[in-house]
Design a binder for this molecule. Structure first.
Ligand code: FE2
Ligand code: FE2
Length: 467
């Protein structure tokens, strides 16, 4: 066999094997991949097939040499055609995947619109501190003018940057503030009411911007309902899976553009979902939803405590399940729970659910999540958490277990899940196959009224919980 053939044979087999291994190691090192593999059966199968391929290809090549060496002299034929085809596949597949996924998070598509995001921490008048946030594709240095009534304060960023968060601290309750960026269009928002007043907020989850199956028209209608002054919402929480593919900036561009009309005029806190963090998406999520200039008083950019007087929101980072529930987050959560007075409202929100009806979908049990239930539900019960809101399952459900009320509202535009085949023993109301809905929550001193509303603002179900 000519030397060039031997060299080609060796190079192709080695390159294919190395590329397969490179892809697998790279993918496994990415944040969130372990959860992805654990929960998503089809993706797990793809990874197993690629790993087997990487192991078997060199063995087949050695066999090829062995078979060739046993042939009568002069009839050695290397490489075999089948090895060439297998090696070519082993080169093409990981090259395509790496070529798509590795550069994707750095391929930004443009400036991101303004949002008014609640920060971890509370000002001296019992209101959450907030930030006017945005992102620019080129470094820029910006000026924010803001204030209430006749007063105004000017903040100038210290240096040019891509991420931007101009902090608004120590806000007064029930006060309308105006702000304008670089002397541009003036926007306004009103802070939540003072102590003893009714608190009214909206919760949605799983918009999946960028997905062809998502109903962004319905998401848009619900966002309009939430920002409609006639409905009187004071805060908005978005519980993750904001985008379909976290590593694809065009999905973030679409999401923030659609959200901004509501989230620039209403105090908003988004959470991290499993789709948001896919293959480098976590960085994009953090840059857009918790820029580095935002204050962090007790939690982190991924989990926060937000207080409105004596109503306490604990925002958790639970994506696929407990894979993202670090020891640091667990210690923080238990500490916050222990500090919150039992007579105050305590509300926990996360992307991943705890108790839920569902089904066996994609080789995974999408119901009564064993890990979140075993690790977190006992804490909720021990410290008297009142309400727990989540998404992740694309359905609507109310559940009660050991004096804790759970609501799942993963229906803010993402493709609905199939009808449930498993009914959680904790379920008290369920609606699957629903195209879209969000949660409307009204809190008084003693009562919490939880209402599911569709995009036309019709009430689907309402439950009042009395403390
Ligand atoms: Fe989702
Ligand atoms: Fe999810």
């Amino acid at each position: 066999m000519p030397a060039w053939k031997k060299f080609t044979w060796f190079t192709l087999v080695a390159a294919g094997t190395l590329l397969l291994l490179t892809f697998l190691i790279w993918a496994l090192c990415q944040y969130g991949t372990m959860g992805l593999l654990e929960v998503t059966g089809p993706i797990r199968i793809v990874f197993i097939v690629l790993a087997c391929y990487a192991a078997v290809l060199p063995l087949l090549a050695i066999m090829d040499v062995y078979i060739a060496s046993r042939r009568p002299s002069g009839k050695i034929r290397l490489p075999s055609k089948y090895i060439l085809v297998l090696a070519a596949i082993a080169i093409i597949i990981p090259s395509l995947l790496l070529g798509w996924l590795v550069p994707a998070p750095s391929q930004r598509t443009g400036d991101k619109a303004v949002q008014l995001l609640m920060a971890d921490g509370t000002g001296k008048y019992g209101m959450p501190d907030m930030a006017v946030t945005f992102w620019t594709i080129n470094p820029s240095q910006n000026t924010l003018k803001w204030g209430a009534g006749g007063t105004s304060t000017i903040i100038r960023e210290e240096k040019p940057s891509l991420q931007h968060a101009l902090m608004l601290r120590d806000l007064q309750p029930a006060t309308t503030y105006r702000y304008s960026l670089n002397d541009g269009k003036e926007l306004q928002f009103t802070t939540p009411p003072g102590k003893g007043q009714t608190l009214h907020f909206a919760v949605g989850s799983d918009t999946h911007f960028g997905a062809s199956t998502a109903r962004h028209d319905l998401t848009g209608k619900m966002l309009q309902q939430i920002s409609d002054p006639a409905h009187g919402y004071q805060m908005f929480f978005l519980l993750g899976d904001k985008v379909e593919l976290g590593f694809d900036d065009s999905h973030w561009q679409e999401a923030i553009q659609a959200l901004s009309a509501t989230t620039s005029t209403m105090p908003t806190r988004p959470l991290v979902g499993n789709h948001d963090t896919l293959f480098g998406g976590l960085n994009l999520d953090q840059e857009y939803m918790y820029p580095q200039q935002m204050d962090v008083k007790s939690g982190s950019s991924r989990w926060q405590r937000i207080d409105v007087n004596d109503v306490h929101f604990l925002m958790l980072d639970l994506e696929w399940g407990t894979q993202s529930y670090s020891a640091e987050q667990a210690a923080w959560l238990e500490k916050q729970l222990s500090l919150i007075p039992r007579e105050d409202w305590c509300i926990v929100m996360s992307h991943c659910f705890y108790y839920s009806s569902g089904g066996y979908w994609g080789l995974w049990d999408w119901y009564d999540e064993k890990d979140t239930i075993s690790e977190l539900a006992p804490l909720f019960e021990k410290y008297g958490v009142d309400l727990v809101f989540s998404g992740h399952n694309h359905l609507l459900e109310l559940l009660q277990k050991n004096n804790v009320t759970y609501a799942i509202c993963g229906a803010f535009g993402g493709q609905p899940d199939p009808e449930r085949s498993y009914v959680s023993p904790a379920s008290i109301w369920y609606q699957g196959g629903s195209p879209a809905a969000f949660l409307d929550v009204t809190l008084t001193a003693d009562n919490a009224t939880i209402t599911f509303r569709d995009p036309d603002y019709n009430q689907l179900k309402s439950l009042t919980v009395t403390r």
